[in-house]
Ligand binder design. Sequence first.
Ligand SMILES: Cc1cc2nc3c(=O)[nH]c(=O)nc-3n(C[C@H](O)[C@H](O)[C@H](O)COP(=O)(O)O)c2cc1C
Length: 400
Amino acid sequence: MKGSLEGKEIILGVSGSIAAYKAVEILRELTGRGAAVTVVMTEGAQRFVAPLTFETLSRRPVLTDLFTLDYDKHIGHVATGERANLLVVAPATANTIAKFAHGLADDFLSNLYLSSPCPVLLAPAMDREMYAHSAVQENLTHLKARGVHVLEPEYGELASGLIGRGRLPELSTILQKIDDLLRHQGDLTGETVLVTAGPTQELLDPVRYISNRSTGKMGFALAQAAQDRGAHVTLVSGPTSLPTPPGIMRTDVTTAEEMYQAVLDRLDTTTILIMAAAVADYRPSSSASQKMKKQETLTVEFVRNPDILAEAGRHKGSRILVGFAAETEDLLENAREKLRKKHLDLIVANDIRVGFGGETTRVTILDRHGGVQELPERSKREVAHQILDRVVALRSGERA
Ligand SMILES: Cc1cc2nc3c(=O)[nH]c(=O)nc-3n(C[C@H](O)[C@H](O)[C@H](O)COP(=O)(O)O)c2cc1C
């Protein structure tokens, strides 16, 4: 990853948590990757780690005092915020989170938050009970709704000796998120992305259903990646146990017909539609109103479900349409046929013997111009970004 953040200006805010010493390691990693980092410390943070440590490693003055001008005689917090590509606060205390949520501005860091037009990432760290408190949770909800990226603290042993959620996320998690936010720097800003995810369930009776093994992980990874790249994202999800990525609007559906309706209702305002859901092709022709009694044999008649992608293809307009083809045989031929028939821009063909349900997947991306890109097995997060790279390339091709 050496050099991956070359040319990026990052502000690293450090607030008064026992985890402040971990920010030293974050700084080392960021500068090691080529980023120029300005460290801002709260008064509380300076009680835990001396500014000199950060100053030495960043080779820049550490900003602590609101009432000084910066080296070019500008107002420090305004000038610093304007230059930055990203403001990361790690660790973010309950106090700093509250100040950001309510617009309080009584130190350098909180003024900087209000005056920085760049994306903001918070990595909270605090005691279990503090993190669980509704005051903290409500403040985080406010911030997420405002577009602030928030990493979930990790579960484990805390400085207090208690076990629970509140630990600063692992260094690798923080760095990966910074990388995701900076690498693509808002290249989907202005786009409204609708992602479908997960399986659908087709009801046989009030307690039984026909479904498939999709977990929704690919769709959720796409939604998160699109949001990290600046898009306004809506997720229409079938039944899954996955948590909603912060800042994303989610609509839950159960059946293919509900998903069809949810997508069509939002199609007018969508500029990029990514259908990653594993929608059932068929549903039982009737669903029993009472639980079915045991019988020797059972015959169920199925009827076709509406084809969401084909319908979206018929009303394509200037929208970018991305479909998925999950197959066990003749993968590329089937995917190519689907791409053509449904007027898609991209189709992601995945061999379900690798991708279904797991953390990684191996896909081939086919585009409307006949391009074929075979990707090695990668995490779903990485594959999501590769798919979005292709979407961005198609968009800029259209504009050229
Ligand atoms: C030993 C010690 C450890 C602390 N650790 C945390 C912490 O991990 N998270 C947190 O939100 N507050 C923690 N606090 C409380 C904050 O330091 C306190 O709320 C302070 O006002 C935060 O100010 P700041 O947000 O401006 O840095 C700790 C306090 C002490 C004395």
